[in-house]
Design a protein around this ligand. Sequence first.
Ligand SMILES: [Zn+2]
Ligand SMILES: [Zn+2]
Length: 162
Amino acid sequence: MSAELRSRSWLVPLATLRRAPGSRRQVEIAASIPELAITYSCVPEGVPVSFDGAIESFAGGVNVKGLVRAPFEGTCRRCLGVARGHLVAVVDEVCMDHPRPDSDYAIGPDYIDLEPMVHDACILELPLAPLCQEQCQGLCPYCGANRNQETCSCVEPDISSS
Ligand SMILES: [Zn+2]
Ligand SMILES: [Zn+2]
């Protein structure tokens, strides 16, 4: 998928909606978003992120509400293996014709681009320290064995007897 096609899939036409303030449009989109990554986890490139929600118009702007779902991958904080899961993020944004400089997402007269707000919502929900599984046993601090896969013979050094 080209970058152009990809970004276009997040554009939602607004002209009809905005002619009648108070009207509402259901929106369902599934498309990839580039650069969805934080230090230890990411939504893999090219994997679709889904948005399921609605856009409601009012005089001067629109309100976008919905749920975002995406699979993520990361590095397990205990064993350094692959951690996988699904994130769910809430989008609830007011977009004005004249946004304040420090907040809000801009809208065009005829279109809204949902990509920036869906991107930001995913970033906030990506795990900072993912786990491959709740019960991950981690790595042995002495020999480095993955305790999920093998049992090593290392014993805790007994400080009191030395
Ligand atoms: Zn692990
Ligand atoms: Zn060991």
